[in-house]
Design a protein around this ligand. Structure first.
Ligand SMILES: Nc1ncnc2c1ncn2[C@@H]1O[C@H](COP(=O)(O)OP(=O)(O)OP(=O)(O)O)[C@@H](O)[C@H]1O
Ligand SMILES: [Mg+2]
Length: 485
Protein backbone atom coordinates (compact mmCIF):
# COMPACT_ATOMS: atom_id res chain seq x y z
CA UNK A 1 0.00 0.00 0.00
CA UNK A 2 1.47 3.36 -0.99
CA UNK A 3 -0.68 5.78 1.01
CA UNK A 4 -1.68 5.88 4.63
CA UNK A 5 -4.68 7.40 6.26
CA UNK A 6 -5.52 8.39 9.79
CA UNK A 7 -7.45 5.28 10.43
CA UNK A 8 -4.55 3.06 9.63
CA UNK A 9 -1.69 2.16 11.87
CA UNK A 10 1.10 4.55 11.00
CA UNK A 11 3.93 2.09 11.14
CA UNK A 12 5.30 1.20 7.74
CA UNK A 13 4.70 -2.38 6.94
CA UNK A 14 8.03 -4.10 6.47
CA UNK A 15 8.26 -7.84 5.89
CA UNK A 16 11.81 -7.95 7.34
CA UNK A 17 11.39 -9.01 11.02
CA UNK A 18 14.75 -7.48 12.04
CA UNK A 19 14.23 -4.09 10.40
CA UNK A 20 13.94 -1.17 12.85
CA UNK A 21 10.38 0.16 13.07
CA UNK A 22 9.74 3.24 10.89
CA UNK A 23 6.92 5.60 11.86
CA UNK A 24 5.15 7.97 9.54
CA UNK A 25 2.76 10.76 10.34
CA UNK A 26 -0.80 9.79 9.73
CA UNK A 27 -2.41 11.54 6.75
CA UNK A 28 -5.94 12.85 7.16
CA UNK A 29 -7.90 13.65 4.02
CA UNK A 30 -9.94 16.81 4.37
CA UNK A 31 -13.14 16.45 2.41
CA UNK A 32 -13.15 18.60 -0.75
CA UNK A 33 -16.32 20.49 0.20
CA UNK A 34 -14.70 21.82 3.40
CA UNK A 35 -11.69 23.12 1.43
CA UNK A 36 -14.02 24.77 -1.07
CA UNK A 37 -16.06 26.36 1.73
CA UNK A 38 -12.98 27.77 3.51
CA UNK A 39 -11.53 29.17 0.28
CA UNK A 40 -14.89 30.72 -0.58
CA UNK A 41 -15.07 32.31 2.85
CA UNK A 42 -11.53 33.70 2.47
CA UNK A 43 -12.36 35.14 -0.95
CA UNK A 44 -15.52 36.76 0.43
CA UNK A 45 -13.62 38.26 3.38
CA UNK A 46 -10.95 39.63 1.01
CA UNK A 47 -13.57 41.22 -1.25
CA UNK A 48 -15.44 42.78 1.69
CA UNK A 49 -12.16 44.05 3.15
CA UNK A 50 -11.18 45.58 -0.21
CA UNK A 51 -14.56 47.33 -0.55
CA UNK A 52 -14.33 48.73 2.98
CA UNK A 53 -10.76 49.92 2.49
CA UNK A 54 -11.41 51.76 -0.81
CA UNK A 55 -14.36 54.11 -0.31
CA UNK A 56 -13.37 56.36 -3.23
CA UNK A 57 -13.22 53.43 -5.59
CA UNK A 58 -16.67 52.33 -4.31
CA UNK A 59 -18.01 55.80 -4.98
CA UNK A 60 -16.57 55.83 -8.50
CA UNK A 61 -17.98 52.38 -9.22
CA UNK A 62 -21.34 53.50 -7.80
CA UNK A 63 -21.42 56.58 -10.05
CA UNK A 64 -20.54 54.48 -13.10
CA UNK A 65 -23.24 51.93 -12.24
CA UNK A 66 -25.93 54.57 -11.63
CA UNK A 67 -25.00 56.39 -14.87
CA UNK A 68 -25.10 53.14 -16.80
CA UNK A 69 -28.47 52.17 -15.35
CA UNK A 70 -30.06 55.58 -15.97
CA UNK A 71 -28.43 56.82 -19.17
CA UNK A 72 -26.88 53.73 -20.75
CA UNK A 73 -23.84 54.04 -23.06
CA UNK A 74 -24.21 57.78 -23.81
CA UNK A 75 -24.02 58.45 -20.07
CA UNK A 76 -20.80 56.51 -19.75
CA UNK A 77 -19.26 58.35 -22.72
CA UNK A 78 -20.29 61.66 -21.14
CA UNK A 79 -18.66 60.59 -17.88
CA UNK A 80 -15.48 59.58 -19.73
CA UNK A 81 -15.27 63.07 -21.22
CA UNK A 82 -16.44 65.21 -18.29
CA UNK A 83 -14.27 63.70 -15.52
CA UNK A 84 -10.86 63.87 -17.27
CA UNK A 85 -11.86 67.27 -18.69
CA UNK A 86 -12.59 68.67 -15.22
CA UNK A 87 -9.32 67.25 -13.89
CA UNK A 88 -7.38 68.76 -16.81
CA UNK A 89 -8.99 72.17 -16.20
CA UNK A 90 -8.20 71.94 -12.48
CA UNK A 91 -4.61 71.03 -13.28
CA UNK A 92 -4.35 73.92 -15.75
CA UNK A 93 -5.82 76.62 -13.52
CA UNK A 94 -4.84 75.56 -10.02
CA UNK A 95 -1.75 73.34 -10.36
CA UNK A 96 -0.91 73.79 -6.67
CA UNK A 97 -4.15 72.44 -5.26
CA UNK A 98 -4.36 69.81 -8.03
CA UNK A 99 -0.92 68.53 -7.00
CA UNK A 100 -1.90 68.52 -3.35
CA UNK A 101 -5.28 66.83 -3.58
CA UNK A 102 -5.04 64.67 -6.70
CA UNK A 103 -1.55 64.21 -8.13
CA UNK A 104 0.28 63.52 -4.86
CA UNK A 105 -2.39 61.21 -3.61
CA UNK A 106 -2.50 59.21 -6.88
CA UNK A 107 1.30 59.13 -7.03
CA UNK A 108 1.42 58.02 -3.38
CA UNK A 109 -1.02 55.16 -4.04
CA UNK A 110 0.88 54.08 -7.12
CA UNK A 111 4.16 54.15 -5.23
CA UNK A 112 2.62 52.26 -2.32
CA UNK A 113 1.65 49.50 -4.69
CA UNK A 114 5.29 49.38 -5.81
CA UNK A 115 6.49 49.10 -2.22
CA UNK A 116 3.89 46.47 -1.32
CA UNK A 117 5.01 44.27 -4.20
CA UNK A 118 8.61 44.25 -2.98
CA UNK A 119 7.96 44.64 0.76
CA UNK A 120 8.15 41.02 1.96
CA UNK A 121 11.19 40.16 -0.15
CA UNK A 122 13.19 43.28 0.73
CA UNK A 123 12.37 43.06 4.45
CA UNK A 124 13.20 39.36 4.63
CA UNK A 125 16.38 39.43 2.56
CA UNK A 126 17.41 42.69 4.25
CA UNK A 127 17.10 40.87 7.59
CA UNK A 128 14.45 43.15 9.00
CA UNK A 129 11.82 40.42 9.30
CA UNK A 130 12.73 38.48 12.45
CA UNK A 131 11.60 34.95 13.24
CA UNK A 132 9.50 34.61 16.38
CA UNK A 133 8.04 31.31 17.56
CA UNK A 134 8.50 29.88 14.12
CA UNK A 135 6.71 32.73 12.37
CA UNK A 136 8.27 35.43 10.20
CA UNK A 137 7.22 38.85 11.50
CA UNK A 138 7.15 41.56 8.81
CA UNK A 139 7.28 45.27 9.64
CA UNK A 140 4.02 46.85 8.50
CA UNK A 141 3.89 49.11 5.45
CA UNK A 142 1.89 52.29 6.16
CA UNK A 143 0.96 55.37 4.14
CA UNK A 144 3.19 56.55 1.32
CA UNK A 145 3.40 60.19 0.34
CA UNK A 146 5.32 61.10 -2.77
CA UNK A 147 6.77 64.11 -4.48
CA UNK A 148 8.34 63.92 -7.93
CA UNK A 149 11.68 63.30 -6.21
CA UNK A 150 11.12 61.43 -2.95
CA UNK A 151 8.79 58.94 -1.30
CA UNK A 152 8.08 59.03 2.42
CA UNK A 153 7.07 55.55 3.50
CA UNK A 154 5.56 55.07 6.94
CA UNK A 155 6.55 51.86 8.67
CA UNK A 156 5.32 50.16 11.84
CA UNK A 157 8.20 48.27 13.30
CA UNK A 158 8.00 44.79 14.76
CA UNK A 159 8.18 44.80 18.58
CA UNK A 160 11.79 44.93 19.69
CA UNK A 161 13.11 46.68 16.56
CA UNK A 162 14.58 50.15 16.58
CA UNK A 163 15.18 52.85 13.99
CA UNK A 164 18.89 52.09 14.24
CA UNK A 165 18.20 48.58 12.85
CA UNK A 166 16.66 50.17 9.77
CA UNK A 167 19.35 52.85 9.51
CA UNK A 168 22.04 50.17 9.39
CA UNK A 169 20.17 48.44 6.55
CA UNK A 170 19.43 51.67 4.65
CA UNK A 171 21.61 50.78 1.62
CA UNK A 172 19.86 47.39 1.36
CA UNK A 173 16.47 49.09 1.43
CA UNK A 174 17.52 51.66 -1.18
CA UNK A 175 18.76 48.98 -3.58
CA UNK A 176 15.82 46.70 -2.84
CA UNK A 177 13.24 49.35 -3.64
CA UNK A 178 15.16 50.77 -6.59
CA UNK A 179 15.86 54.14 -4.92
CA UNK A 180 19.04 56.21 -5.02
CA UNK A 181 19.18 56.73 -1.30
CA UNK A 182 17.25 55.75 1.80
CA UNK A 183 17.15 57.82 4.99
CA UNK A 184 15.45 56.77 8.19
CA UNK A 185 13.36 59.36 10.01
CA UNK A 186 12.05 58.60 13.44
CA UNK A 187 8.39 59.11 14.08
CA UNK A 188 6.02 58.01 16.81
CA UNK A 189 7.15 55.25 19.18
CA UNK A 190 7.19 51.97 17.30
CA UNK A 191 7.00 53.72 13.94
CA UNK A 192 9.41 55.36 11.54
CA UNK A 193 9.48 56.94 8.11
CA UNK A 194 11.72 55.76 5.31
CA UNK A 195 12.63 58.62 3.02
CA UNK A 196 13.54 57.11 -0.31
CA UNK A 197 15.06 59.41 -2.89
CA UNK A 198 14.06 58.26 -6.36
CA UNK A 199 15.45 61.07 -8.46
CA UNK A 200 18.10 63.64 -7.67
CA UNK A 201 16.33 66.96 -7.44
CA UNK A 202 19.70 68.65 -7.84
CA UNK A 203 20.95 66.88 -10.94
CA UNK A 204 20.80 70.20 -12.80
CA UNK A 205 22.28 73.50 -11.67
CA UNK A 206 19.66 75.90 -10.36
CA UNK A 207 20.08 79.23 -12.13
CA UNK A 208 19.97 82.47 -10.13
CA UNK A 209 16.47 83.09 -8.83
CA UNK A 210 14.64 86.23 -9.89
CA UNK A 211 15.09 89.25 -7.63
CA UNK A 212 11.93 89.21 -5.52
CA UNK A 213 9.41 92.04 -5.34
CA UNK A 214 8.78 91.44 -1.69
CA UNK A 215 11.52 90.74 0.83
CA UNK A 216 10.89 88.61 3.88
CA UNK A 217 14.07 88.55 5.96
CA UNK A 218 12.84 85.48 7.77
CA UNK A 219 12.37 83.54 4.55
CA UNK A 220 14.80 84.54 1.82
CA UNK A 221 14.42 82.35 -1.22
CA UNK A 222 17.93 81.11 -1.95
CA UNK A 223 17.50 77.71 -3.55
CA UNK A 224 15.52 74.50 -3.52
CA UNK A 225 14.95 71.70 -1.05
CA UNK A 226 15.22 68.08 -2.01
CA UNK A 227 11.46 67.60 -2.20
CA UNK A 228 11.24 70.39 -4.75
CA UNK A 229 9.94 73.06 -2.36
CA UNK A 230 11.75 76.41 -2.02
CA UNK A 231 14.65 76.71 0.39
CA UNK A 232 13.89 79.74 2.53
CA UNK A 233 16.79 80.97 4.64
CA UNK A 234 16.25 83.13 7.66
CA UNK A 235 18.49 86.03 8.59
CA UNK A 236 16.30 88.22 10.79
CA UNK A 237 16.74 87.31 14.43
CA UNK A 238 19.61 84.90 13.92
CA UNK A 239 23.22 84.52 12.75
CA UNK A 240 24.30 82.13 10.05
CA UNK A 241 27.47 80.07 9.70
CA UNK A 242 28.21 78.45 6.35
CA UNK A 243 30.85 75.71 6.35
CA UNK A 244 32.13 74.07 3.20
CA UNK A 245 35.37 72.86 1.67
CA UNK A 246 36.96 74.85 -1.08
CA UNK A 247 34.74 74.91 -4.15
CA UNK A 248 31.67 73.79 -2.18
CA UNK A 249 29.72 76.81 -3.38
CA UNK A 250 29.72 79.08 -0.33
CA UNK A 251 29.99 82.03 -2.66
CA UNK A 252 26.80 81.14 -4.48
CA UNK A 253 24.94 81.02 -1.20
CA UNK A 254 26.31 84.38 -0.03
CA UNK A 255 25.29 85.92 -3.34
CA UNK A 256 21.88 84.26 -3.31
CA UNK A 257 21.26 85.88 0.08
CA UNK A 258 22.33 89.28 -1.20
CA UNK A 259 20.21 88.87 -4.31
CA UNK A 260 17.16 87.97 -2.26
CA UNK A 261 17.60 91.16 -0.18
CA UNK A 262 18.25 93.57 -3.06
CA UNK A 263 14.92 95.41 -3.08
CA UNK A 264 15.15 96.00 0.68
CA UNK A 265 18.73 97.22 0.26
CA UNK A 266 17.54 99.72 -2.33
CA UNK A 267 14.85 100.94 0.00
CA UNK A 268 17.45 101.52 2.70
CA UNK A 269 15.91 98.90 4.98
CA UNK A 270 18.90 96.55 4.78
CA UNK A 271 22.61 97.38 4.88
CA UNK A 272 25.27 94.84 4.00
CA UNK A 273 28.78 95.17 5.38
CA UNK A 274 30.96 92.90 3.30
CA UNK A 275 34.30 91.59 4.56
CA UNK A 276 36.20 89.87 1.79
CA UNK A 277 39.72 88.98 2.99
CA UNK A 278 40.29 86.67 0.00
CA UNK A 279 39.38 89.44 -2.45
CA UNK A 280 37.81 86.86 -4.73
CA UNK A 281 34.25 86.48 -3.68
CA UNK A 282 32.50 89.69 -2.78
CA UNK A 283 34.82 92.03 -4.71
CA UNK A 284 32.66 91.36 -7.73
CA UNK A 285 29.83 93.33 -6.22
CA UNK A 286 31.91 95.91 -4.46
CA UNK A 287 29.87 98.75 -5.99
CA UNK A 288 26.72 97.22 -4.54
CA UNK A 289 28.09 97.01 -1.00
CA UNK A 290 29.66 100.45 -1.11
CA UNK A 291 26.34 101.91 -2.11
CA UNK A 292 24.14 99.98 0.33
CA UNK A 293 26.56 99.35 3.18
CA UNK A 294 30.32 98.97 3.20
CA UNK A 295 33.06 96.85 1.73
CA UNK A 296 36.49 95.96 3.13
CA UNK A 297 39.15 93.48 2.05
CA UNK A 298 42.26 94.51 3.93
CA UNK A 299 42.39 92.90 7.42
CA UNK A 300 42.84 96.25 9.13
CA UNK A 301 40.01 97.82 7.16
CA UNK A 302 37.84 94.81 8.04
CA UNK A 303 38.55 95.22 11.75
CA UNK A 304 37.68 98.89 11.56
CA UNK A 305 34.45 98.07 9.71
CA UNK A 306 33.50 95.37 12.26
CA UNK A 307 34.29 97.61 15.22
CA UNK A 308 32.24 100.38 13.64
CA UNK A 309 29.40 97.90 13.35
CA UNK A 310 29.79 97.01 17.03
CA UNK A 311 29.62 100.68 18.00
CA UNK A 312 26.61 101.22 15.77
CA UNK A 313 24.91 98.22 17.33
CA UNK A 314 25.60 99.35 20.87
CA UNK A 315 24.38 102.87 20.10
CA UNK A 316 21.19 101.43 18.66
CA UNK A 317 20.74 99.17 21.67
CA UNK A 318 21.10 102.17 23.99
CA UNK A 319 18.56 104.10 21.91
CA UNK A 320 16.01 101.32 21.70
CA UNK A 321 16.47 100.03 25.24
CA UNK A 322 13.15 99.86 27.00
CA UNK A 323 11.23 100.88 23.86
CA UNK A 324 11.06 97.64 21.92
CA UNK A 325 12.32 94.13 22.43
CA UNK A 326 12.43 93.06 18.83
CA UNK A 327 13.84 95.01 15.96
CA UNK A 328 11.77 95.99 12.94
CA UNK A 329 13.89 97.43 10.09
CA UNK A 330 13.30 101.09 9.22
CA UNK A 331 15.29 103.54 7.12
CA UNK A 332 16.60 105.03 10.35
CA UNK A 333 17.49 101.66 11.89
CA UNK A 334 18.10 99.34 8.97
CA UNK A 335 18.67 95.64 9.36
CA UNK A 336 22.44 95.22 9.13
CA UNK A 337 23.99 92.09 7.68
CA UNK A 338 27.68 91.58 8.36
CA UNK A 339 28.87 89.29 5.58
CA UNK A 340 32.26 87.68 6.23
CA UNK A 341 33.81 85.35 3.68
CA UNK A 342 36.68 83.10 4.84
CA UNK A 343 36.17 84.08 8.46
CA UNK A 344 38.80 81.55 9.58
CA UNK A 345 41.49 83.59 7.86
CA UNK A 346 40.59 86.51 10.10
CA UNK A 347 40.14 84.57 13.34
CA UNK A 348 42.89 81.94 13.02
CA UNK A 349 45.34 82.28 10.16
CA UNK A 350 46.11 85.99 10.19
CA UNK A 351 49.72 86.47 11.35
CA UNK A 352 48.94 89.59 13.37
CA UNK A 353 47.60 88.29 16.71
CA UNK A 354 46.29 91.67 17.84
CA UNK A 355 44.14 92.03 14.72
CA UNK A 356 42.95 88.42 15.09
CA UNK A 357 41.83 89.07 18.65
CA UNK A 358 40.06 92.28 17.64
CA UNK A 359 38.17 90.46 14.87
CA UNK A 360 37.18 87.69 17.26
CA UNK A 361 36.03 90.17 19.89
CA UNK A 362 34.00 92.17 17.36
CA UNK A 363 32.36 89.05 15.89
CA UNK A 364 31.62 87.63 19.34
CA UNK A 365 30.01 90.92 20.40
CA UNK A 366 27.93 91.16 17.23
CA UNK A 367 26.74 87.57 17.48
CA UNK A 368 25.88 87.72 21.18
CA UNK A 369 24.21 91.14 21.25
CA UNK A 370 23.14 91.83 17.68
CA UNK A 371 20.06 89.65 17.25
CA UNK A 372 17.49 91.81 18.98
CA UNK A 373 18.71 95.12 17.54
CA UNK A 374 18.75 94.02 13.91
CA UNK A 375 22.35 92.95 13.39
CA UNK A 376 23.06 89.64 11.75
CA UNK A 377 26.40 87.99 11.05
CA UNK A 378 26.70 85.66 8.08
CA UNK A 379 30.11 83.99 8.07
CA UNK A 380 31.55 81.47 5.61
CA UNK A 381 34.52 79.22 6.32
CA UNK A 382 36.21 76.08 5.05
CA UNK A 383 37.26 74.35 8.24
CA UNK A 384 34.72 74.20 11.07
CA UNK A 385 37.08 72.91 13.78
CA UNK A 386 36.99 74.67 17.13
CA UNK A 387 40.64 75.71 16.96
CA UNK A 388 39.82 77.54 13.78
CA UNK A 389 36.47 78.99 14.70
CA UNK A 390 36.21 79.21 18.45
CA UNK A 391 33.00 81.21 18.28
CA UNK A 392 31.09 78.82 16.04
CA UNK A 393 28.58 78.04 18.77
CA UNK A 394 27.45 81.66 18.78
CA UNK A 395 25.76 81.09 15.42
CA UNK A 396 22.29 79.64 15.95
CA UNK A 397 21.84 78.61 12.30
CA UNK A 398 24.42 76.57 10.49
CA UNK A 399 24.69 75.18 6.99
CA UNK A 400 26.94 72.27 6.04
CA UNK A 401 28.03 72.30 2.41
CA UNK A 402 30.51 69.71 1.10
CA UNK A 403 32.93 68.86 3.92
CA UNK A 404 36.14 66.85 3.88
CA UNK A 405 35.55 64.53 6.83
CA UNK A 406 32.49 62.85 8.32
CA UNK A 407 33.30 64.21 11.82
CA UNK A 408 33.00 67.77 10.55
CA UNK A 409 29.30 67.26 9.85
CA UNK A 410 28.42 66.93 13.53
CA UNK A 411 30.69 69.89 14.34
CA UNK A 412 28.57 72.06 12.07
CA UNK A 413 25.05 70.68 12.41
CA UNK A 414 25.25 69.30 15.94
CA UNK A 415 25.69 65.86 17.43
CA UNK A 416 24.06 63.02 15.59
CA UNK A 417 23.35 65.03 12.43
CA UNK A 418 25.36 62.68 10.25
CA UNK A 419 23.64 59.62 11.68
CA UNK A 420 20.37 61.29 10.85
CA UNK A 421 21.34 61.46 7.20
CA UNK A 422 23.41 64.64 6.77
CA UNK A 423 26.17 63.04 4.73
CA UNK A 424 27.82 66.34 3.76
CA UNK A 425 31.15 64.55 3.39
CA UNK A 426 29.68 62.52 0.53
CA UNK A 427 28.50 65.49 -1.55
CA UNK A 428 30.14 65.28 -4.95
CA UNK A 429 33.17 67.46 -5.54
CA UNK A 430 32.13 67.81 -9.17
CA UNK A 431 30.84 71.40 -9.35
CA UNK A 432 28.09 70.46 -11.79
CA UNK A 433 26.38 68.09 -9.36
CA UNK A 434 27.77 69.00 -5.93
CA UNK A 435 28.51 72.72 -5.76
CA UNK A 436 25.88 74.60 -3.81
CA UNK A 437 24.45 71.38 -2.30
CA UNK A 438 24.15 71.53 1.49
CA UNK A 439 22.44 70.11 4.54
CA UNK A 440 20.44 72.33 6.86
CA UNK A 441 18.50 71.81 10.04
CA UNK A 442 15.07 73.35 10.19
CA UNK A 443 13.70 74.70 13.45
CA UNK A 444 10.70 72.43 13.24
CA UNK A 445 12.48 69.19 12.50
CA UNK A 446 15.52 67.50 14.05
CA UNK A 447 16.25 65.70 10.78
CA UNK A 448 18.62 67.47 8.37
CA UNK A 449 17.28 68.45 4.97
CA UNK A 450 19.30 68.42 1.73
CA UNK A 451 19.16 71.64 -0.24
CA UNK A 452 20.90 73.29 -3.18
CA UNK A 453 21.61 76.98 -3.53
CA UNK A 454 20.89 78.71 -6.79
CA UNK A 455 24.02 79.69 -8.65
CA UNK A 456 24.52 83.40 -9.02
CA UNK A 457 27.16 83.48 -11.75
CA UNK A 458 29.58 86.30 -12.51
CA UNK A 459 27.31 87.74 -15.19
CA UNK A 460 24.39 87.81 -12.74
CA UNK A 461 26.52 89.67 -10.18
CA UNK A 462 27.71 92.12 -12.82
CA UNK A 463 24.14 92.71 -13.93
CA UNK A 464 22.98 93.18 -10.32
CA UNK A 465 25.75 95.62 -9.60
CA UNK A 466 25.27 97.53 -12.84
CA UNK A 467 21.54 97.83 -12.31
CA UNK A 468 21.25 98.37 -8.59
CA UNK A 469 24.43 100.20 -7.71
CA UNK A 470 23.88 102.70 -10.49
CA UNK A 471 20.87 104.41 -8.95
CA UNK A 472 17.79 103.48 -7.06
CA UNK A 473 14.77 103.18 -9.30
CA UNK A 474 11.29 103.71 -8.01
CA UNK A 475 8.71 101.02 -8.60
CA UNK A 476 9.87 98.18 -6.37
CA UNK A 477 8.16 98.40 -3.05
CA UNK A 478 9.46 95.83 -0.63
CA UNK A 479 7.13 95.24 2.24
CA UNK A 480 8.92 95.44 5.55
CA UNK A 481 10.36 92.10 6.18
CA UNK A 482 10.95 91.18 9.79
CA UNK A 483 7.75 92.80 10.98
CA UNK A 484 5.68 91.41 8.14
CA UNK A 485 6.76 87.85 8.71
N1 LIG B 1 24.98 76.75 -6.48
C1 LIG B 1 25.83 76.32 -7.41
N2 LIG B 1 25.38 75.56 -8.41
C2 LIG B 1 26.25 75.12 -9.35
N3 LIG B 1 27.56 75.37 -9.39
C3 LIG B 1 28.06 76.13 -8.43
C4 LIG B 1 27.23 76.64 -7.38
N4 LIG B 1 28.00 77.35 -6.55
C5 LIG B 1 29.23 77.28 -7.03
N5 LIG B 1 29.29 76.56 -8.17
C6 LIG B 1 30.50 76.22 -8.94
O1 LIG B 1 31.51 75.89 -8.01
C7 LIG B 1 32.62 76.78 -8.14
C8 LIG B 1 33.16 77.14 -6.76
O2 LIG B 1 32.17 77.84 -6.06
P1 LIG B 1 32.51 78.92 -4.93
O3 LIG B 1 33.59 79.82 -5.39
O4 LIG B 1 31.24 79.53 -4.54
O5 LIG B 1 33.07 77.96 -3.83
P2 LIG B 1 33.53 78.35 -2.37
O6 LIG B 1 32.87 77.41 -1.45
O7 LIG B 1 33.36 79.79 -2.13
O8 LIG B 1 35.07 77.95 -2.44
P3 LIG B 1 36.29 78.70 -1.73
O9 LIG B 1 36.21 78.33 -0.30
O10 LIG B 1 37.47 78.12 -2.42
O11 LIG B 1 36.09 80.15 -1.97
C9 LIG B 1 32.08 77.96 -8.91
O12 LIG B 1 33.04 78.54 -9.71
C10 LIG B 1 31.00 77.36 -9.73
O13 LIG B 1 31.53 76.85 -10.96
MG1 LIG C 1 34.59 81.39 -1.69
Amino acid sequence: MSTFSGEQITQVNNPDPFAPPIWRSPVFHTPGWIIALVQLWRLLAAIIGFILRHPLLDLAAGVVAVTWLNLGWPGLVLLAVVVPGTLALWWRWRPGSFARFIARSVLGKWRRWHYRRHWAAVMTIGRLAPLYRGRVLLPELGKVSSTPYTDRVQVRMVSGQSAADFASRAPNLAHGFGAMLCRVRTGRPGALVLELVRRDAFAAIIPALPVPQHVNLRALHVGRREDGSPWLARLHGTHLLIAGATGAGKGSLLWSLVRAMLPAMREGLVRVLAADPKLMELAFGRGLFERYGAYACDPLAIVVMLEDAVRGMQARAALLAGKQRDHAPTAEHPFTVVLVDEVAFLTAYLPDKAVRERVKAALATLTTQGRAVGYCVVAALQDPRKEVMSIRNLFPDKIAMRLDEPEQVDMVLGDGARDRGASADLISSDPATGAGVAFIRLETDPDPVRVRAAWVCDDDIRAMTAKHAAGAQPGLRPVEAGAAA
